[in-house]
Design a protein around this ligand. Structure first.
Ligand SMILES: Nc1ncnc2c1ncn2[C@@H]1O[C@H](COP(=O)(O)OP(=O)(O)O)[C@@H](O)[C@H]1O
Ligand SMILES: [Mg+2]
Length: 194
C-alpha cells in the first residue's frame, strides 16, 4: 500500500485535479484507491459529492482528513492520494511525512515555478519528490525551459506534461477519462518510480 501526497504551497496549480485524475486512472487499472482531502476548502470532497449527486460516482472514496487524523491513519486501499491545501505548512508537513512519494504540480510563470522550488526544497530532503509540469502551453518553450532548469538542479520530474486545456478546467464534479488528458501516461510513470 502506497501513500502519495500532492503538494504545492501555492494554490490553483492543479493539485486537486491531479489527485482526482491519478486516482481515477489507478481505479481504471484495477487498484483500490482513497483520496484523503486535507484541504479545508474541500475541493476534492465537492468533486465527489457532485459526481454522486449526478448519479455518476467517482470510482474511489474521497475522505476528509487533517493533520491530527493523519497521525492515526491506516491505509485500507492499494493507494492513498493526499490532496493538500496551499499555504498551510503544518498540514503539508504532516502529509509529506506520511507519504512514500510527493508530487509537486507546477504551472508556468515565474511566481508559480518559484513557489515550486521552495516546495521541493522542503519535501525532497524527506521523501522522493517529483515535479509535474501542469497547465503548460504547448505553443511556448515554457515547459522545455522549466524542465531544463529542473534537470540542471537535479530535481526529479515526470516526463509527462499536462497541457493547459479548457476541458480539464471543466472536469470538476465528473468522472474524467484520464487518457484524454495524459493522466494515463503520468500514472504509468508514477507506478514505475514508486
Ligand atoms: N491543465 C489544466 N488546464 C486548464 N485548467 C486547469 C488545468 N488543471 C487545473 N485547471 C483548473 O485550474 C483551477 C485550479 O486547479 P485545482 O486542481 O483546483 O488546483 P489546486 O488544487 O492546486 O488549487 C481549477 O479551476 C481547475 O479546473
Ligand atoms: Mg485543491
Amino acid at each position: 500500500m502506497k501513500i502519495i501526497a500532492v503538494v504545492n504551497l501555492k494554490g490553483g496549480v492543479g493539485k486537486t485535479t491531479t489527485s482526482i485524475l491519478i486516482a481515477t486512472q489507478l481505479a481504471v487499472l484495477g487498484y483500490t484507491v482513497t483520496v484523503l482531502d486535507m484541504d479545508i476548502q474541500g475541493s476534492a470532497t465537492d468533486w465527489a459529492r457532485i459526481a454522486d449527486e449526478d448519479g455518476t460516482p467517482l470510482p474511489f472514496e474521497v475522505r476528509p482528513g487533517n493533520h491530527a487524523s493523519l497521525r492515526s491513519f491506516k491505509p485500507t486501499t492499494d493507494f492513498t492520494i493526499i490532496d493538500t491545501p496551499p499555504a498551510d505548512p503544518t498540514v503539508v508537513d504532516a502529509a509529506v511525512k506520511a507519504s512514500d512519494l510527493v508530487i509537486v504540480p507546477t504551472s508556468p510563470g515565474f511566481m508559480d515555478t518559484d513557489r515550486a522550488w521552495s516546495t521541493v526544497e522542503v519535501t525532497a530532503t524527506q521523501v522522493p519528490t517529483y515535479v509535474l509540469l501542469s497547465r503548460f502551453d504547448g505553443r511556448t518553450n515554457d515547459a522545455a525551459d522549466f524542465a531544463a532548469a529542473l534537470d540542471e538542479r537535479g530535481v526529479a520530474r515526470f516526463e509527462t506534461i499536462i497541457p493547459a486545456s479548457v476541458p480539464i478546467g471543466r472536469l470538476r464534479g465528473s468522472v474524467a477519462q484520464p487518457s484524454k488528458f495524459r493522466f494515463d501516461n503520468l500514472t504509468t510513470e508514477l507506478l514505475e518510480v514508486l
